[in-house]
Design a binder for this molecule. Sequence first.
Ligand SMILES: *Cc1c(COP(=O)(O)O)cnc(C)c1O
Length: 352
Amino acid sequence: MITFYPGPSKVYPQVAQYIQEAFDSGIISANHRSQEFMQMLERTIAGLKSKLAVPDDYEVYFVSSATECWEIIAQSLIIDSSLHVFNGAFGEKWMEYTHKISLRTSEASFDYNENLLLDHSAVFSKNEVICITHNETSNGTKVPDSFLADVRQEFNNVIAVDATSSMAGVALPWENADVWYASVQKCFGLPAGMAVMIVSPRAVEQAEVVGERKHYNSLLFIRDNFLKFQTPYTPNTLGIYLMEKVMQQVTPIEELQIQTLERARNWYAFLAENGYELLVENEEVRSDTVIAVRETKERVAYLKKSAKAAGITIGNGYGKEKETSFRIANFPAIEDSEIRTLMDFLAREAVK
Ligand SMILES: *Cc1c(COP(=O)(O)O)cnc(C)c1O
Protein backbone atom coordinates (compact mmCIF):
# COMPACT_ATOMS: atom_id res chain seq x y z
CA MET A 1 0.00 0.00 0.00
CA ILE A 2 1.39 3.43 -0.85
CA THR A 3 -0.07 6.42 0.90
CA PHE A 4 -0.68 10.03 -0.02
CA TYR A 5 -2.65 10.72 3.12
CA PRO A 6 -1.74 14.18 4.44
CA GLY A 7 -1.23 13.07 8.03
CA PRO A 8 -0.50 10.66 9.44
CA SER A 9 1.47 10.21 6.29
CA LYS A 10 4.22 8.16 4.76
CA VAL A 11 7.12 7.65 7.14
CA TYR A 12 10.63 7.62 5.66
CA PRO A 13 11.44 3.95 4.94
CA GLN A 14 14.79 4.31 6.75
CA VAL A 15 12.83 4.76 9.98
CA ALA A 16 12.39 0.97 10.22
CA GLN A 17 16.13 0.59 10.61
CA TYR A 18 16.42 3.58 12.98
CA ILE A 19 13.83 2.01 15.29
CA GLN A 20 15.89 -1.16 15.43
CA GLU A 21 19.04 0.88 16.11
CA ALA A 22 17.30 2.81 18.87
CA PHE A 23 16.33 -0.46 20.49
CA ASP A 24 19.78 -1.98 20.14
CA SER A 25 21.54 1.12 21.47
CA GLY A 26 19.66 1.01 24.76
CA ILE A 27 18.74 4.71 24.55
CA ILE A 28 15.02 4.00 24.78
CA SER A 29 15.54 2.33 28.13
CA ALA A 30 17.79 5.10 29.42
CA ASN A 31 16.74 7.59 32.08
CA HIS A 32 15.77 10.93 30.58
CA ARG A 33 17.92 12.75 33.16
CA SER A 34 20.97 10.77 32.06
CA GLN A 35 23.94 12.29 30.29
CA GLU A 36 23.23 10.02 27.35
CA PHE A 37 19.72 11.38 26.87
CA MET A 38 20.70 15.00 27.37
CA GLN A 39 23.48 14.72 24.81
CA MET A 40 21.08 13.17 22.33
CA LEU A 41 18.56 15.97 22.86
CA GLU A 42 21.27 18.57 22.38
CA ARG A 43 22.46 16.93 19.15
CA THR A 44 18.91 16.56 17.85
CA ILE A 45 18.12 20.24 18.36
CA ALA A 46 21.42 21.29 16.76
CA GLY A 47 20.80 18.99 13.79
CA LEU A 48 17.25 20.25 13.31
CA LYS A 49 18.31 23.90 13.52
CA SER A 50 21.04 23.31 11.00
CA LYS A 51 18.97 21.36 8.42
CA LEU A 52 15.95 23.65 8.68
CA ALA A 53 18.07 26.84 8.83
CA VAL A 54 16.50 28.03 12.09
CA PRO A 55 18.07 31.29 13.37
CA ASP A 56 20.59 30.77 16.18
CA ASP A 57 18.63 32.79 18.70
CA TYR A 58 15.39 30.82 18.21
CA GLU A 59 14.84 27.99 20.70
CA VAL A 60 13.52 24.51 19.87
CA TYR A 61 11.33 22.41 22.17
CA PHE A 62 9.73 19.03 21.59
CA VAL A 63 6.16 18.64 22.79
CA SER A 64 3.46 16.09 22.02
CA SER A 65 1.36 17.52 19.19
CA ALA A 66 0.32 20.61 17.28
CA THR A 67 -2.87 20.55 19.33
CA GLU A 68 -0.78 20.83 22.47
CA CYS A 69 0.90 23.90 20.94
CA TRP A 70 -2.54 25.53 20.65
CA GLU A 71 -2.89 24.98 24.38
CA ILE A 72 0.62 26.16 25.26
CA ILE A 73 0.14 29.38 23.27
CA ALA A 74 -3.27 30.04 24.84
CA GLN A 75 -2.00 29.47 28.37
CA SER A 76 1.46 30.95 28.20
CA LEU A 77 1.61 33.63 25.54
CA ILE A 78 -1.70 35.38 25.29
CA ILE A 79 -1.91 38.48 27.48
CA ASP A 80 -5.43 39.65 26.69
CA SER A 81 -6.46 38.41 23.29
CA SER A 82 -5.59 36.65 20.05
CA LEU A 83 -6.49 37.32 16.45
CA HIS A 84 -6.99 34.27 14.24
CA VAL A 85 -6.34 34.60 10.54
CA PHE A 86 -7.62 31.49 8.79
CA ASN A 87 -9.54 30.04 5.88
CA GLY A 88 -10.12 26.45 6.87
CA ALA A 89 -10.78 23.79 9.47
CA PHE A 90 -7.43 23.71 11.27
CA GLY A 91 -7.19 27.47 11.70
CA GLU A 92 -10.76 27.49 12.95
CA LYS A 93 -10.13 24.67 15.43
CA TRP A 94 -7.13 26.59 16.76
CA MET A 95 -9.35 29.59 17.39
CA GLU A 96 -12.09 27.51 19.01
CA TYR A 97 -9.63 25.75 21.27
CA THR A 98 -8.00 29.02 22.27
CA HIS A 99 -11.40 30.48 23.02
CA LYS A 100 -12.00 27.85 25.69
CA ILE A 101 -8.87 28.94 27.54
CA SER A 102 -8.26 32.62 26.96
CA LEU A 103 -10.55 35.57 27.47
CA ARG A 104 -10.86 37.01 24.05
CA THR A 105 -10.34 35.66 20.56
CA SER A 106 -11.23 37.45 17.38
CA GLU A 107 -11.62 36.11 13.93
CA ALA A 108 -10.19 37.30 10.63
CA SER A 109 -11.41 34.50 8.39
CA PHE A 110 -11.25 34.69 4.63
CA ASP A 111 -12.25 32.67 1.62
CA TYR A 112 -9.70 30.18 0.42
CA ASN A 113 -9.42 31.79 -2.99
CA GLU A 114 -8.77 35.25 -1.58
CA ASN A 115 -5.41 36.92 -1.44
CA LEU A 116 -4.77 37.67 2.18
CA LEU A 117 -4.92 41.15 3.58
CA LEU A 118 -4.89 42.09 7.21
CA ASP A 119 -6.19 45.55 7.90
CA HIS A 120 -5.17 47.54 10.93
CA SER A 121 -8.65 47.67 12.37
CA ALA A 122 -8.58 43.89 12.78
CA VAL A 123 -5.88 44.19 15.43
CA PHE A 124 -7.29 45.02 18.80
CA SER A 125 -4.22 45.74 20.91
CA LYS A 126 -0.45 45.58 20.75
CA ASN A 127 -0.64 42.60 23.07
CA GLU A 128 -2.86 40.61 20.77
CA VAL A 129 -1.15 37.45 19.53
CA ILE A 130 -1.65 37.10 15.78
CA CYS A 131 -2.32 33.44 14.92
CA ILE A 132 -1.79 32.29 11.35
CA THR A 133 -2.06 28.86 9.77
CA HIS A 134 0.80 28.67 7.29
CA ASN A 135 -0.50 25.73 5.33
CA GLU A 136 -4.18 24.89 5.70
CA THR A 137 -4.09 21.12 5.40
CA SER A 138 -7.87 20.86 5.10
CA ASN A 139 -8.22 22.76 1.82
CA GLY A 140 -4.74 22.87 0.30
CA THR A 141 -3.93 26.56 0.67
CA LYS A 142 -0.81 28.29 1.87
CA VAL A 143 -0.05 31.74 3.19
CA PRO A 144 2.35 33.41 0.75
CA ASP A 145 5.65 34.52 2.31
CA SER A 146 4.84 38.10 1.31
CA PHE A 147 1.84 38.07 3.66
CA LEU A 148 3.93 37.10 6.67
CA ALA A 149 6.52 39.73 5.72
CA ASP A 150 3.78 42.39 5.50
CA VAL A 151 2.25 41.45 8.85
CA ARG A 152 5.69 41.47 10.44
CA GLN A 153 6.40 44.89 9.06
CA GLU A 154 3.06 46.47 9.90
CA PHE A 155 2.44 45.14 13.40
CA ASN A 156 4.63 44.81 16.45
CA ASN A 157 2.61 41.93 17.82
CA VAL A 158 3.82 38.45 18.64
CA ILE A 159 3.00 36.21 15.67
CA ALA A 160 2.34 32.47 16.07
CA VAL A 161 2.24 30.18 13.05
CA ASP A 162 0.87 26.66 12.65
CA ALA A 163 3.21 25.12 10.06
CA THR A 164 2.22 21.53 10.72
CA SER A 165 1.93 20.51 7.09
CA SER A 166 4.77 22.64 5.69
CA MET A 167 7.66 22.63 8.19
CA ALA A 168 10.48 20.38 6.87
CA GLY A 169 8.86 20.41 3.42
CA VAL A 170 9.49 24.02 2.42
CA ALA A 171 11.83 26.72 3.76
CA LEU A 172 10.07 28.94 6.29
CA PRO A 173 10.69 32.66 6.83
CA TRP A 174 11.50 32.16 10.51
CA GLU A 175 12.28 35.79 11.27
CA ASN A 176 8.79 36.84 10.24
CA ALA A 177 7.12 35.11 13.18
CA ASP A 178 7.81 34.31 16.82
CA VAL A 179 6.31 30.89 17.40
CA TRP A 180 6.35 28.17 14.77
CA TYR A 181 5.12 24.66 15.39
CA ALA A 182 4.43 21.39 13.61
CA SER A 183 3.56 17.81 14.43
CA VAL A 184 6.09 15.37 13.04
CA GLN A 185 3.69 13.04 11.18
CA LYS A 186 3.46 15.25 8.09
CA CYS A 187 6.48 16.72 6.26
CA PHE A 188 8.99 15.33 8.75
CA GLY A 189 8.08 11.81 7.63
CA LEU A 190 8.12 10.51 11.20
CA PRO A 191 5.62 8.48 13.24
CA ALA A 192 2.98 10.58 15.07
CA GLY A 193 3.32 11.44 18.74
CA MET A 194 5.58 14.47 18.82
CA ALA A 195 5.67 18.10 17.73
CA VAL A 196 8.37 20.70 17.27
CA MET A 197 7.91 24.17 18.73
CA ILE A 198 10.31 26.93 17.68
CA VAL A 199 10.26 30.23 19.54
CA SER A 200 11.93 33.59 19.09
CA PRO A 201 13.51 35.70 21.86
CA ARG A 202 10.50 37.99 21.47
CA ALA A 203 8.11 35.13 22.29
CA VAL A 204 10.20 34.21 25.34
CA GLU A 205 10.00 37.82 26.49
CA GLN A 206 6.23 37.78 26.15
CA ALA A 207 6.00 34.48 28.03
CA GLU A 208 7.98 36.11 30.84
CA VAL A 209 5.54 39.02 30.93
CA VAL A 210 2.64 36.55 31.18
CA GLY A 211 4.60 34.59 33.81
CA GLU A 212 2.34 31.57 33.57
CA ARG A 213 3.67 28.48 35.42
CA LYS A 214 0.48 26.68 36.39
CA HIS A 215 0.64 23.80 33.96
CA TYR A 216 2.89 20.85 33.25
CA ASN A 217 3.24 22.30 29.77
CA SER A 218 3.67 25.98 30.65
CA LEU A 219 6.06 27.46 28.14
CA LEU A 220 8.43 28.81 30.78
CA PHE A 221 8.59 25.45 32.52
CA ILE A 222 9.26 23.65 29.24
CA ARG A 223 11.93 26.24 28.48
CA ASP A 224 13.67 25.92 31.87
CA ASN A 225 14.02 22.21 31.21
CA PHE A 226 15.10 22.45 27.57
CA LEU A 227 17.80 24.98 28.43
CA LYS A 228 19.37 22.11 30.40
CA PHE A 229 18.57 19.62 27.61
CA GLN A 230 15.94 18.04 29.78
CA THR A 231 12.17 17.83 29.50
CA PRO A 232 9.42 18.60 32.04
CA TYR A 233 8.00 15.09 31.81
CA THR A 234 9.31 11.76 30.54
CA PRO A 235 9.67 12.49 26.86
CA ASN A 236 9.10 10.56 23.68
CA THR A 237 12.70 9.35 23.62
CA LEU A 238 12.17 7.18 20.56
CA GLY A 239 10.58 10.12 18.72
CA ILE A 240 13.55 12.33 19.54
CA TYR A 241 15.97 9.61 18.47
CA LEU A 242 14.17 9.22 15.14
CA MET A 243 14.14 12.98 14.68
CA GLU A 244 17.92 13.08 15.10
CA LYS A 245 18.38 10.34 12.50
CA VAL A 246 15.96 11.80 9.97
CA MET A 247 17.53 15.24 10.31
CA GLN A 248 20.92 13.64 9.56
CA GLN A 249 19.47 11.94 6.53
CA VAL A 250 17.63 14.81 4.82
CA THR A 251 19.23 17.46 2.64
CA PRO A 252 19.25 21.07 3.89
CA ILE A 253 15.83 22.66 3.53
CA GLU A 254 16.88 25.06 0.75
CA GLU A 255 17.70 22.05 -1.42
CA LEU A 256 14.84 19.89 -0.25
CA GLN A 257 12.44 22.70 -1.05
CA ILE A 258 13.50 22.64 -4.72
CA GLN A 259 12.15 19.10 -4.95
CA THR A 260 8.93 19.97 -3.10
CA LEU A 261 8.22 22.97 -5.34
CA GLU A 262 9.02 21.08 -8.52
CA ARG A 263 6.78 18.18 -7.55
CA ALA A 264 3.99 20.62 -6.68
CA ARG A 265 4.29 22.30 -10.09
CA ASN A 266 4.18 18.89 -11.75
CA TRP A 267 1.11 17.87 -9.79
CA TYR A 268 -0.81 21.03 -10.64
CA ALA A 269 0.13 20.79 -14.31
CA PHE A 270 -0.74 17.10 -14.46
CA LEU A 271 -4.13 17.56 -12.80
CA ALA A 272 -5.06 20.42 -15.12
CA GLU A 273 -4.00 18.45 -18.20
CA ASN A 274 -6.10 15.51 -17.14
CA GLY A 275 -9.23 17.53 -16.52
CA TYR A 276 -9.17 17.45 -12.70
CA GLU A 277 -10.56 20.53 -11.01
CA LEU A 278 -8.60 22.00 -8.15
CA LEU A 279 -10.27 23.18 -4.99
CA VAL A 280 -8.11 26.29 -5.00
CA GLU A 281 -8.40 28.41 -8.12
CA ASN A 282 -6.08 31.19 -7.00
CA GLU A 283 -2.58 29.98 -7.91
CA GLU A 284 -0.86 32.31 -5.46
CA VAL A 285 -2.36 30.59 -2.44
CA ARG A 286 -2.14 26.99 -3.66
CA SER A 287 -0.24 24.85 -1.22
CA ASP A 288 3.06 23.24 -2.20
CA THR A 289 2.64 20.36 0.22
CA VAL A 290 -1.06 19.43 0.21
CA ILE A 291 -3.01 19.32 -3.03
CA ALA A 292 -6.79 19.37 -2.89
CA VAL A 293 -8.87 18.20 -5.84
CA ARG A 294 -12.55 18.99 -6.25
CA GLU A 295 -14.86 16.18 -7.36
CA THR A 296 -18.49 15.22 -7.00
CA LYS A 297 -19.36 13.17 -3.95
CA GLU A 298 -19.85 10.09 -6.10
CA ARG A 299 -16.52 10.46 -7.89
CA VAL A 300 -14.66 11.01 -4.60
CA ALA A 301 -16.12 7.79 -3.21
CA TYR A 302 -15.39 5.93 -6.44
CA LEU A 303 -11.81 7.19 -6.76
CA LYS A 304 -10.93 6.43 -3.16
CA LYS A 305 -12.26 2.91 -3.55
CA SER A 306 -10.62 2.11 -6.84
CA ALA A 307 -7.34 3.68 -5.67
CA LYS A 308 -7.45 1.43 -2.64
CA ALA A 309 -7.96 -1.58 -4.90
CA ALA A 310 -4.86 -0.45 -6.83
CA GLY A 311 -2.86 -0.29 -3.59
CA ILE A 312 -2.95 3.49 -3.20
CA THR A 313 -4.40 5.52 -0.33
CA ILE A 314 -5.46 9.02 -1.27
CA GLY A 315 -6.47 11.53 1.37
CA ASN A 316 -10.09 12.16 2.29
CA GLY A 317 -11.44 15.66 2.07
CA TYR A 318 -11.50 17.48 5.39
CA GLY A 319 -13.80 20.07 6.93
CA LYS A 320 -16.27 21.86 4.68
CA GLU A 321 -15.15 20.04 1.55
CA LYS A 322 -14.96 16.65 3.22
CA GLU A 323 -17.15 14.85 0.71
CA THR A 324 -16.44 16.94 -2.35
CA SER A 325 -12.66 16.79 -2.47
CA PHE A 326 -9.75 14.46 -2.03
CA ARG A 327 -6.23 15.39 -1.00
CA ILE A 328 -2.78 14.36 -2.14
CA ALA A 329 0.16 14.85 0.21
CA ASN A 330 3.31 16.21 -1.40
CA PHE A 331 5.61 15.38 1.48
CA PRO A 332 9.33 14.67 1.10
CA ALA A 333 9.18 11.01 2.22
CA ILE A 334 7.10 10.13 -0.85
CA GLU A 335 9.15 8.73 -3.73
CA ASP A 336 9.05 9.70 -7.39
CA SER A 337 8.02 6.17 -8.36
CA GLU A 338 5.03 6.39 -6.01
CA ILE A 339 4.01 9.71 -7.52
CA ARG A 340 4.18 8.15 -10.98
CA THR A 341 1.99 5.28 -9.80
CA LEU A 342 -0.68 7.68 -8.57
CA MET A 343 -0.41 9.83 -11.70
CA ASP A 344 -0.86 6.74 -13.90
CA PHE A 345 -3.91 5.78 -11.89
CA LEU A 346 -5.43 9.26 -12.08
CA ALA A 347 -4.69 9.50 -15.80
CA ARG A 348 -6.56 6.22 -16.34
CA GLU A 349 -9.49 7.40 -14.26
CA ALA A 350 -9.65 10.88 -15.81
CA VAL A 351 -12.96 12.01 -17.26
CA LYS A 352 -11.84 13.36 -20.59
C1 LIG B 1 -2.51 17.89 11.39
C2 LIG B 1 -2.66 19.30 11.78
C3 LIG B 1 -2.89 19.68 13.12
C4 LIG B 1 -3.11 18.70 14.22
O1 LIG B 1 -1.98 17.96 14.52
P1 LIG B 1 -2.01 16.98 15.79
O2 LIG B 1 -0.69 16.29 15.70
O3 LIG B 1 -3.16 16.06 15.60
O4 LIG B 1 -2.15 17.82 16.99
C5 LIG B 1 -2.95 21.03 13.39
N1 LIG B 1 -2.81 21.96 12.43
C6 LIG B 1 -2.58 21.63 11.14
C7 LIG B 1 -2.43 22.69 10.13
C8 LIG B 1 -2.50 20.28 10.78
O5 LIG B 1 -2.27 19.95 9.50
